[in-house]
Design a protein around this ligand. Structure first.
Ligand SMILES: [Fe+2]
Ligand SMILES: [Fe+2]
Length: 256
């Protein structure tokens, strides 16, 4: 398989759901540096308040450091843990779907590889973030590992339309999930800006990364619809069950 697969034809038949997700406001741009308090995500950095500078001179507001609040840390731990579990599942779904789908529809190889490669990149991003911020993976990791493999294998064996319907269903839920996170993080940015604080590079970068991943998930949704996801049979039952399963997995992974 070539390393740089062509991106396939797509986007023709965007579903109403995809359109709804795509047209959601991207919310406020994350504010640029304002030289106020510097917000640190890392646990290792404690709240120093408006303290003294290293040389003993009293610092001004530009040197103030603040940590995220306990509630924000909790939210972020939970969100990143769910994201990692979701991306693990996505890579496993494609890993199981690709052999049967490519065997019967060789022209889909570049598309399947393209989506897999993006999911592998997402998974790597959240693995890195969990390690960096010392966030534990979900205790359900082995369960989601097995469930995602079964889902990918099952929809792959059902055929191209079912595999695409699986992607459509998963990405609809995940698009919502990432949109909610982007909105929450942007609200933090806005609050900090209003307090005259600098949001800091870590938070700014995190928002940008989640936005990019969200956009790639919605691209997958478009690919699935353009490749006849809605012709799966039984479409409503299949997508309804997968979407309910995704919501359940997110709910559980947020907590354990
Ligand atoms: Fe992903
Ligand atoms: Fe995806």
């Amino acid at each position: 398989m070539p390393a740089s697969s062509p991106i396939l034809p797509l986007k023709a038949a965007m579903s109403p759901r995809a359109f709804q997700l795509k047209t959601r406001p991207k919310a406020l741009p994350c504010p640029s540096t304002s030289r106020g308090a510097n917000i640190q995500l890392s646990r290792s950095i404690t709240n120093g308040g408006a303290g003294a500078a290293a040389d003993g001179t009293h610092s001004n507001a530009t040197q103030t450091r603040r940590s995220l609040s306990a509630a924000q840390r909790k939210y972020l731990d939970s969100a990143l843990r769910v994201n990692q579990a979701g991306e693990l599942a996505a890579t496993l779904i494609y890993t199981a779907q690709i052999p049967p789908i490519v065997k019967t529809h060789p022209h889909l190889r570049p598309l399947m590889k393209h989506m897999y490669d993006q999911e592998a990149g997402h998974f790597s991003t959240f693995n890195e973030l969990l390690a960096k911020h010392r966030i534990r993976p979900t205790a359900m990791y082995p369960v989601w590992h097995a469930a995602a493999t079964v889902l990918g294998w099952g929809t792959g064996m059902l055929g191209r339309e079912a595999a695409m319907a699986c992607t459509e269903a998963v990405e609809t839920e995940i698009g919502d999930h990432y949109n909610a996170q982007v909105r929450e993080l942007l609200s933090w940015c806005k609050d900090m800006e209003e307090r005259g604080e600098d949001i800091g590079d870590e938070l700014r970068t995190l928002v940008e990364r989640i936005r990019k991943i969200r956009d790639e998930e919605l691209e997958h949704l478009d690919h699935a619809v353009a490749n006849d996801a809605k012709d799966a049979n039984p479409y409503e039952l299949l997508t309804g069950a997968i979407r309910a399963g995704c919501r359940g997995a997110i709910w559980v992974s947020e907590r354990v």
